[in-house]
Design a protein around this ligand. Structure first.
Ligand code: ADP
Ligand code: MG
Length: 560
């Protein structure tokens, strides 16, 4: 049997493929299963369009078998198969994708979801195999053929026996070496977990004979081990189902299992977008911050799927930092992936998706605020800090998105309020949004600086987080109203102006006392002044410059 040579370029390309295109060799299984799924899609499609009888969707399956002794891993499908010519052209030419051609010929057909497009996935098998055998019989043909290759040395094709149409890929798994481990690809648990991870939503069952222990029938307390067929993938992605067909329990179970949380999510956001870029997104807002949320270890991102196949586990570009607490996934058929599918070719579509997702999260949060205030307050307790950082971080770029989501404790309402609510309650003569910063609500309540304003019936927002005042400086105004700290020099109220004369006089009269106080406190204060702001307290501290006392404290505490 004459060995055919790969073309010289192919040889180099294959070498490149095997060694550098993929960063994880485990993805070979994803690629081979994706091919099997494509092959089944093609036959199923043929049966629908050409009125072939005797083919039902239920008969299709992908089988995995591992034999540790002989080190063989087999992936079998009962799809369309390949003729001798197809084996030659599809597997003998690197970067030739039969699937891409198929997709082009059958564009916009419903119910087919071809994954392949680059014509390189198949070769990933050589990352883990010393030899690859492909036995295939094309639908409607009598003769089966066997394609065989041990990598760069070329391949051979010969006639062989096979029942029924479809393809069987037999991999001879490499031996373990010091640095490279391959044995695991013959282990059941590893195969299972790879399928769960990458191929869980392949639409045909992926089955494997597995050993299972179960109670022996007719006897108590005894177990027996049986070999049983098991379907390893869940097939139907919950996010592709109709929203009203999914129960809350289903969402919760999916979330807990997939994102390793013990609690139910505080909110589920399920959206299906058709348009320039079509995608499904299933997002969750956790009910508690993950244990490492406010640390550097926390990694934001959404899972990214392309036609149900996992491409990326944590796609950071899909989420702005201020919504980094959101968990979930996006599935789109419209992504242009790079050849290894580990990256996106260009991020135009991704940008479009992420900006829609950002808007969606914002609108869902706004809705939550409106319909279930208590739940929103709980949300804000958990993640409000992140929203405030978002305002500060972007130097104003995100303030339009985020300002309406803020809550601050109010002196008059005795609970968290939004800025819009504050503004709607402002007194007729009130020009500013007043705030007071401090460690706790109780402490701020006792601040002498708040007395005058409270007396006038003005509402004061309490800033108890370090970031609050910094974020508000970035915001600078809300609804045309500027913010003013109660500990600043000028409160911008009428009394200030009216009483200036009085103060001037009193200052004159007490000049000596004031100088004495200033000298005594030298180094601690820069000035001692008469104030008309106090009601019951004899004295208060005030910050002269643009930085408040609280901000000064924080800045001083920061490592320089
Ligand atoms: P892609 O899937 O991106 O097209 P691959 O390298 O994975 O590229 O596969 C190359 C081609 O080989 C496929 O396009 C398809 O035509 C053919 N092929 C691969 N595996 C199978 C299979 N199991 N059944 C039928 N055809 C297959
Ligand atoms: Mg492929």
């Amino acid at each position: 049997m004459a060995k055919k040579q790969f073309k010289a370029e192919s040889k180099r390309l294959l070498d490149l493929m095997i060694h550098s295109i993929y960063t994880h060799k485990e993805i070979f299984l994803r690629e081979l299963i994706s091919n099997a799924s494509d092959a089944i899609d093609k036959l199923y499609y043929k049966s629908l369009t050409e009125n072939v009888t005797g083919i039902t969707r239920e008969q299709f399956e992908i089988r995995i078998a591992a034999d540790k002794e002989s080190r063989l891993l087999t992936i079998t499908d009962n799809g369309i198969g390949m003729t001798k010519e197809e084996l030659e052209s599809n597997l003998g030419t690197i970067a030739k994708s039969g699937s891409l051609n198929f997709k082009k010929d059958n564009e916009q057909k419903e119910d087919i979801d071809i994954i392949g497009q680059f014509g390189v996935g198949f070769y990933s098998a050589f990352m883990v195999s010393s030899e690859v055998k492909v036995i295939s019989k094309a639908y409607g043909e009598g003769q089966a053929y066997c394609w065989e290759s041990s990598g760069t040395e070329g391949y051979s094709i010969a006639e062989c026996e096979k029942d029924g149409c479809g393809t069987e890929i037999i991999l001879k798994i490499k031996e373990d070496t010091e640095d490279e481990k391959y044995d695991e690809f013959l282990q059941e648990y590893r195969i299972r977990s790879l399928i769960k991870r990458y191929s869980d939503y392949i639409r045909y069952p992926i089955r494997m004979k597995t050993e299972q222990r179960r109670p022996k029938e007719g006897s108590e307390g005894e177990f027996e081990t049986v070999i049983e067929d098991q379907t390893l993938n869940s097939m139907i992605p919950i996010w592709r189902k109709n929203k009203n067909e999914i129960t809350e329990d289903e969402y919760n179970g999916f979330y807990q299992e997939k994102f390793f949380d013990f609690a139910n999510p505080a909110k589920v956001i399920h959206t299906n977008v058709e348009g320039m870029v079509s995608y499904n997104a299933l997002l969750f807002i956790p009910s508690k911050p993950p244990y490492n949320y406010y640390t550097k270890e926390y990694e934001k991102g959404l899972q990214l799927y392309s036609s149900g196949v996992l491409i990326m586990d944590k796609c950071a570009d899909l989420l702005p930092d201020y919504f980094s607490f959101v968990k979930g996934l996006v599935d789109s058929q419209d992504l242009s992936l790079n050849i290894s599918r580990e990256m996106l070719q260009h991020d135009r579509q991704l940008k479009a998706i992420s900006s829609r997702i950002e808007k969606k999260i914002k609108s869902e949060l706004t809705e939550l605020m409106n319909v279930d205030r208590e739940k929103y307050e709980e949300f804000f307790k958990n993640f409000g800090l992140q929203i405030k950082y978002g305002i500060y971080d972007g130097y104003g770029a995100n303030k339009e998105t985020l300002k309406d989501l803020l809550l601050f404790y109010s002196s008059t309402e005795k609970k968290p309020v939004t800025l819009a609510e504050y503004v709607s309650r402002m007194k007729e003569d009130q020009k500013f949004i007043y705030y007071a910063a401090g460690d706790t609500v109780e402490r701020i309540d006792r601040l002498p600086q708040t007395e005058l304003l409270k007396d006038k019936g003005y509402e004061i927002l309490y800033f108890t987080d370090d970031i609050d005042e910094f974020a508000i400086r970035i915001l600078s105004e809300f609804d045309g109203k500027e913010f003013k700290s109660v500990s600043g020099d000028d409160l911008g109220i009428e009394e200030d102006q009216k009483e200036t004369e009085e103060v001037k006089k009193e200052t004159e009269d007490n000049k000596e006392l004031l100088t004495f106080m200033k000298d005594t406190l030298s180094g601690k204060v820069s000035e001692v002044r008469i104030s008309q702001r106090l009601k019951t307290h004899p004295v208060c501290l005030s910050s002269g410059g643009s930085i408040s006392i609280e901000m000064e404290k924080i800045l001083n505490a920061m490592p320089s």
